[in-house]
Ligand binder design. Structure first.
Ligand SMILES: NC(=O)c1ccc[n+]([C@@H]2O[C@H](COP(=O)([O-])OP(=O)(O)OC[C@H]3O[C@@H](n4cnc5c(N)ncnc54)[C@H](O)[C@@H]3O)[C@@H](O)[C@H]2O)c1
Length: 263
């Protein structure tokens, strides 16, 4: 029987308080990893306890840290706390990010800088801080970009710019830090998270809009955060030893479907 066994590995994940990051933590814990996660909520908060409880329910150890990934000192300290507790790092899932959805004309320099720091610079700095530990374990870096790295719609600026640039970061780290470290990107499409539920809530008929969106996907469903977690687990495993320097678009086939087919 083929099993995906990551037992004994240590995973460091950013943005574990909700959505994709939390589910990636759960799936990696189920595969046997100890998980060190961070987010913006305080230790002891509902989000922090939700993360720890979910990881421990899978029988794995957890460590939660309050860390703003845009702050390089806090990032460095998060990495150090992980190593102090678990002694090593095998897997990094650089996931934390936020949508700044403006237009190229009305986007202010402050919006641009905020999003570049969070959605682009933080991924590079986290990788830099983790590099010495990943070299020791021959580890893997997984960077969460977006389908907006491939195609976008008006009003998603500068989010789409940051996510497109992450594909370049994945390539650079893979070619400069291999063979000791593999680096891979994941570009999720429409994933069912609370943020996306709010998105549907903005429409006069949310259920109709939801169905319209589902119809744009050849698989006739939206993605789940657990499915992103499953791809992370595979990419972190030895089965993916030949995968580095590329970004995987997982969008339920949406980008393969011509727009004039969607009503
Ligand atoms: N949900 C989707 O459909 C989708 C699609 C494509 C890409 N993504 C990407 O996946 C990643 C996770 O998104 P999500 O949908 O789970 O969103 P989410 O808002 O549910 O989760 C993101 C988490 O990151 C945390 N975070 C935000 N800024 C942070 C900071 N400065 N420091 C530390 N933590 C911070 C948030 O508090 C939150 O818990 C993001 O990079 C996002 O761009 C999501």
């Amino acid at each position: 029987m083929l099993t995906l066994d990551l037992s004994g590995k240590v995973a460091l994940i950013t943005g574990v308080g909700s959505g994709i990051g939390k589910s990636v933590a759960v799936v990696l814990a189920r595969a046997g990893c100890s998980v060190s996660g961070c987010d913006l909520s305080k230790t002891g908060s509902e989000a922090a306890l939700g993360f720890s409880g979910a990881v421990e329910a899978e029988g794995s150890e957890s460590l939660y840290s309050l860390c703003d990934v845009s702050d390089t000192t806090e990032l460095e300290s998060f990495v150090q706390k992980t190593v102090d507790r678990f002694g090593k790092i095998d897997i990094v899932v650089s996931n934390a990010g936020m949508n700044i959805f403006k237009g190229a004309q009305n986007c202010m320099v402050e919006d641009w800088d905020f999003n570049m720091d969070l959605n682009l610079r933080a991924h590079w700095l986290l990788a830099k801080h983790c590099k010495p530990y990943l070299e020791e374990t021959r580890g893997v870096i997984i960077i969460m970009t977006s389908n907006h790295a491939y195609y976008t719609i008006p009003g998603c600026f500068p989010y789409n710019v940051t996510k497109t640039a992450l594909k370049g970061l994945v390539r650079s780290l893979a070619i400069e830090w291999g063979p000791a470290i593999r680096t891979v990107g994941i570009a999720p499409g429409f994933i069912e998270t609370s943020a996306n539920e709010k998105w549907f809530g903005n429409f006069p008929e949310p259920e109709k809009e939801r169905q319209r969106t589902i119809n744009m996907h050849p698989v006739k469903k939206l993605g789940t955060p657990e499915e992103v977690g499953a791809l992370c687990a595979f990419l972190a495993s030895d089965m993916a030893a030949f995968i580095s320097g590329t970004t995987y678009l997982m969008d339920g086939g949406r980008s393969a479907l011509m727009q004039d087919h969607c009503t």
